[in-house]
Write a new protein. Structure first.
Ligand SMILES: Cc1cc2nc3c(=O)[nH]c(=O)nc-3n(C[C@H](O)[C@H](O)[C@H](O)COP(=O)(O)OP(=O)(O)OC[C@H]3O[C@@H](n4cnc5c(N)ncnc54)[C@H](O)[C@@H]3O)c2cc1C
Lengths: 809, 286
């Protein structure tokens, strides 16, 4: 079975085949369903990935990883490994220290946070199975792996802490002894006076929710290949990352190398999803070795390593209470979330629960909340970003509470939501934590989704099915997310030590074609296509024939601090492209007016031409104008030659895309097996640069969300040994498990963003767990089951059905 | 995930394979479709010093029918068997089971013999072999011997074959007039089953009574198991919903599955219970 994203036509973008091939100009290319420009290269296997980087004399690294979850690292004996065939070197923390290589910085810092950097290779202690301890370099990857087995580690084991809640109890084994606690950092997300609301609340719903450990699982694992030129002192690193510029910044900082001698290239990258957001120790090590050995060095992570050493995510335990009046009006939310950080902070610290909690009240007009966020270290892989970044968990918690509130008051779930939604006229709305929303009609997306899925007739169908012993359920969720990370100043104030701006450089040469340089990278999202469309739109060019987009190479692209994270490339990179292209356009217009002896105000640019409005015979091709600009001999007064513009866009605000997801499910009462019958998404992401790309992003996000709701779980035993280290045990959804996804678009342009894009990349993942949780709770309502724990696997559901109401499923 | 070093040989003749096996014994491994062996090498769970590739050996992929018995060479690809009319006619259960084996890409490479020899606890084909009381033909330098399926599977990843023996052929026979089915529940399509059932039944055309019932389970034990109690409960009775339910319950009582990441012991029992009843319902309703 396949999924198909169906456009329901609300936003009326044309279908690809309906479009005339030449219809180019402002407002005509943005919004078009052109085919993705990168796909021919990707689909025919021509796109180079890190694994494809092969250089003469290249050697290969294998990482020796800690087999123990927790312990003192006493000795590392590499003598036997060094004697193994083909081995060139073995590197340990001691060598790094002698070379003056520092520690990996943590980028997201909270006041009082207990670690701000982490060793690249383990020094005196190991904190999780898989932690890098030593690196073996050999002539090929096989020899390197053979020799890595021969490195013997002496580790005095310590008891493993595998549960974040227990890690915070008195008497817990302390991981980082100098901290005297396992609390990495904490934060209180608070606004209004929530305790007062609880005093006069008529209803309080109190619940404990547990969300399992998951990870992004890009199909291409991580990898890095570096080469050093001793003559020039220049180092080049190819790395499978979402943030090439940040990787470069970290390398320079950690190794003390000058920025102008380091070049980082993110070639084709096969998925990131947050996993490839932080710079990693292996990436630094490969660079250090390339310089030391004066030979190119490559390391490609294997899948087992990926399960042991790439950031994991999502594991949280929530104890929360929702206060409401007797009509279902929500008054406040309070509680505590414990976030499982893993062995030490990843680059993101406790940013994930902070971002998730920040928008937890979502579309509801509620001014009182307080959530205490605690990040506890455990002997597991460090936790960091995964598409959604805390929002799927917070949405699951909030939306389950809202359904439970409706059930408690015996009110319709849709009516309770409508009663609490922020009214469109109350926008821009400042939420309890101070985020100012940029518009939205939440009631409309809910209505539209319920109409699409047939909510009005569902209750009858459900009753009929129940009479036959069949269990049907429906769930729906409306959410608002903050996208784009806001202004640089704001995020840095919040402790995230990178800016959020994007700089785009556009160059046009005498041919009249444009090259767009952007420092973000692409992991498959379609950035080459969407940025080309924005540029082409402004310049009257054909995005397929006349524009090339260059991404992810620090030597050619402008500095990009945040790159491909936070649903921001289409929005922030798109806006920067929009502005840069407009400045080129301005210059073309002025020059055309000069050349045609017309007024600037009368010049139009479209269809590859610059012409006097209303008289297309007075026209020049863009190529002719560009040639003149580059020749520089006949220019208007004050105009400098050339057509090269760089624009930096630092978003003045975040954007607040929103959506309603709705699903119907059937559960087999005999086996607990769950089938998703329908899945509907009504999304408003502002201006759609390309609806097909939007739909691809939504469908992929929903698929990942469904995986997290039903299938995926990273499991550790009580000794901290990971039990899920292959795709046999960590179950990703396949095309068979994903239903058709019906997508309806609403389009409200973002008021403060040039182009009007709101950010979308993560949106699809935010709601599925909550939607399916609500649908399951509805299906199992006759059994009085509270859905509070993920994943919703068949064993759990069957157990819930058969032990009628003895607690949470 | 790179295998440790090994020597690789690619003989073209079965006798050569047999002499290599007798020479290297436990140090050698046969490479058939590689769908189980190669991952195990890459995980370094196996460290053979010699890999004997069977893919160039002639006459190991024949498929024939003699006296209503299907004779299937061990190198026949699972996908070939799945699509063969001969298999469908003589041993439909093989086809019914193969549809649950991994994905078609896996079955394009994976072989009949490889799956039976690998003998994973939740593998479908061992369950089929046990149910159809298949005969496993083994060859070594000591000659040929034929082992009954019931003596062949000895627990997880273990068979009665000696390290120097090669499985050359498997013989499947379906009793005339029998109907069969294969049902399983897996977490995702193509995954190893949490529990699965191979079922066979013959109904007396005169009396409508169940004359012969055979049931075998996978995924609920170290290897495939016959469910003799569950068979006995329904044999000689009409296939009433009640009889089928009792058979399901008996099946659940005669196994002790283990709990793992994907399902608990009692959930697996529950699945077996349901699957037995459903499988019998499917082949006894016309
Ligand atoms: C993603 C995936 C999903 C899968 N899902 C399932 C599933 O749902 N159900 C299932 O049953 N299987 C499943 N498999 C396993 C698959 O069916 C394998 O093909 C099969 O188990 C082994 O067959 P092979 O030909 O690949 O054997 P190989 O991997 O080449 O060999 C397996 C073992 O058998 C030995 N061997 C092979 N041939 C002979 C012979 N003629 N004589 C003696 N020893 C021999 C080998 O030495 C080795 O020890 C799956 C595999 C994958 C990769």
């Amino acid at each position: 079975m396949t999924w198909t994203a169906r456009l329901q036509g609300e936003a009326q973008p044309q279908a690809a085949d309906e479009q005339p091939s030449l219809h180019l100009g402002p407002g005509r290319v943005i919004g078009r369903r052109i085919q993705r420009l990168e796909d021919p290269r990707l689909l025919t296997g021509q796109a180079p990935f890190v694994a494809d980087v092969n250089l003469p004399g290249m050697v290969h690294a294998a990482i020796v990883r800690s087999p123990a979850a927790h312990g003192y690292l006493r000795t590392i004996d590499a003598a036997e490994a060094l004697g193994s065939p083909g081995v060139q070197a073995v590197l340990t923390a001691k060598d790094l220290d002698e070379l003056g290589v520092g520690e990996m910085p943590v980028h997201w810092l909270r006041p009082g946070q207990r670690n701000v950097s982490n060793p690249i290779l383990a020094t005196d202690k190991v904190y999780y199975v898989g932690q890098p301890v030593a690196v073996v370099v050999a002539d090929d990857a096989y020899a390197a792996e053979d020799a890595a087995e021969l490195v013997s580690l002496e580790i005095d084991p310590l008891p493993a802490m595998v549960n974040a809640e227990e890690a915070l109890q008195p008497g817990a084994t302390i991981l980082h002894e100098e901290w005297e606690t396992n609390l990495l950092a904490e934060h209180i997300a608070s606004g209004g006076d929530v305790d007062r609301q609880f005093e006069h609340a008529e209803v309080v719903i109190a619940e404990r929710f547990q969300i399992q450990r998951q990870a992004g699982m890009p199909i291409e694992t991580r990898g890095a290949a570096a080469t050093y030129d001793p003559l020039t002192g220049e180092l080049t690193l190819w790395v499978s990352t979402q943030m090439p510029h940040l990787v470069k910044t970290d390398i320079c900082q950690v190794c003390g190398w000058p920025g102008h001698k380091v070049r980082v290239i993110a070639p084709a990258v096969g998925g990131g999803f947050g996993v490839k957001e932080p710079p990693y120790p292996e990436e630094i090590v490969v660079c250090v070795l390339a310089k030391q050995l004066a030979r190119p060095v490559k390391w490609v992570e294997d899948r087992r390593e990926h399960f042991l050493a790439s950031v994991q995510a999502r594991e949280m335990t929530w104890d929360v209470e929702l206060a409401a009046d007797g009509n279902g009006r929500i008054l406040g939310l309070r509680g505590r979330v414990i976030y499982d950080v893993g062995g030490h902070a990843s680059a993101q610290g406790i940013g994930v629960p902070i971002v998730g909690t920040g928008m937890m009240l979502g579309p509801y007009d509620v001014q009182h909340m307080r959530v205490h966020i605690l990040g506890a270290v455990t002997n597991k892989v460090p936790a960091g970003a995964y598409r959604g970044f805390g929002r799927p968990q917070a949405t699951f918690v909030m939306e389950r509470l809202v359904d439970e509130l409706a059930a408690r008051l015996n009110l319709d779930r849709a009516a309770v939501r409508q009663r609490n939604f922020i009214a469109p006229h109350a926008q821009p709305y400042r939420n309890a934590l101070g985020h100012v929303y940029d518009g939205g009609d939440y009631g409309r997306t809910l209505d539209r989704a319920l109409r699409q899925i047939g909510y009005d007739v569902f209750a009858a169908r459900q009753a009929e099915a129940r009479a036959q012993g069949r269990l049907l359920g429906i769930g729906f969720v409306t959410f608002v997310m903050e996208a784009g990370l806001g202004p640089s100043e704001q995020i840095v104030r919040g402790g995230h030590m990178t800016g959020t701006y994007e700089t785009v450089l556009i160059r046009m040469d005498p041919s009249g074609k444009a090259v767009v340089y952007c420092g973000s990278s692409s992991q498959g999202q379609g950035h080459e296509t969407t940025l080309a469309q924005v540029c082409a739109d402004r310049l009257g060019l054909d995005p397929e024939r006349d524009v090339v987009v260059v991404l992810g190479d620090t030597a050619t692209t402008p500095y990009s601090p945040a790159s491909a994270i936070g649903s921001r490339v289409g929005m922030v990179g798109g806006a920067a492209t929009f502005l840069a292209a407009d400045r080129i356009r301005e210059k073309l217009v002025k020059l055309t007016a000069h050349l045609l002896e017309a007024n600037v105000g009368d010049i139009e640019i479209s269809e590859g031409l610059a012409y006097v409005q209303g008289s297309k015979d007075r026209a020049l091709t863009i190529q002719e104008v560009a040639t003149a600009a580059c020749l520089g001999s006949n220019l208007p007064d004050g105009m400098l030659p050339g057509l090269e513009v760089s624009e930096t866009f630092d978003p003045p605000v975040s954007t607040f895309p929103y959506a309603t997801h709705a699903a119907t499910v059937e559960i087999d009462p005999d086996t607990g097996g769950l089938t998703i019958l329908r899945y509907v998404v009504v999304q408003d992401c502002g201006t759609m640069i390309n609806p097909s790309v939007v739909e691809g992003q939504i469908a992929g996000g929903v698929a990942q969300g469904i995986g997290g709701a039903l299938l995926e779980q990273l499991v550790y035993n009580s000794d901290g040994q990971p039990l899920t280290t292959s795709f046999m045990d960590y179950l990703l959804p396949t095309a068979v498990e994903i239903p058709d996804i019906e997508i309806v678009h609403l389009q409200t342009p973002a008021p403060d963003i040039p182009g009007g894009m709101k950010g979308l990349g993560e949106a699809g993942t935010v709601a599925p767990a909550a939607v399916l949780g609500n649908a399951v709770a509805d299906a199992l309502a006759p059994f009085g089951i509270r859905v509070t724990t993920l994943p919703l696997d068949p064993d759990r559901l069957w157990r819930a059905i058969n032990r009628r109401g003895d607690g949470a499923s | 995930m790179k295998p440790p070093p090994f020597k690789y040989v690619r003989p073209s003749d079965l006798n050569e394979v047999i002499s290599l096996l007798s020479q290297h014994g436990e140090e050698a491994r046969l490479l058939a479709g590689g769908q189980s062996l190669v991952p195990m090498l890459n995980f370094r769970l196996l460290r053979p010093s010699v890999l004997i590739d069977l893919n160039a050996v002639t006459h190991m992929d024949s498929l024939a029918v003699a006296d209503g018995t299907l004779l299937i060479g061990s190198m026949v690809r699972q996908r070939t068997a799945e699509r063969s009319p001969d298999v469908l006619i003589t041993a439909p259960l093989v086809v019914q089971a193969l549809r649950h084996v991994g994905h078609f890409q896996i079955r394009n490479r994976g072989t009949m013999g490889g799956s039976l020899m690998h003998s994973a606890p939740a593998a479908e084909l061992p369950g089929v072999a046990l149910l159809l009381e298949a005969q496993m033909v083994l060859r070594s330098s000591r000659g040929e011997r034929v082992i009954q399926a019931s003596d062949f599977f000895c627990g997880p990843f273990t068979t009665a074959a000696d390290p120097d023996e090669i499985l050359t052929e498997v013989r499947f026979h379906t009793p005339p007039g029998a109907r069969t089915t294969f049902l399983e529940v897996a977490r995702r399509s193509g995954d190893f089953a949490l529990a699965g059932v191979a079922a066979l039944a013959r109904i007396d055309p005169e009396t409508r009574v169940l004359k012969e019932v055979r049931l075998a389970a996978i995924g609920v034990s170290g290897g495939p198991v016959r469910l003799f109690q569950a068979e006995a409960v329904v044999t000689g009775r009409y296939a009433t919903p009640e009889a089928l339910r009792e058979s399901g319950a008996a099946a659940a009582d005669e196994v002790t599955p283990s709990t793992d990441l994907h399902a608990s012991e009692d959930y697996r029992k529950r699945l077996l219970n349901v699957l037995v009843a459903r499988a019998l319902a499917e082949i006894t309703t016309l």
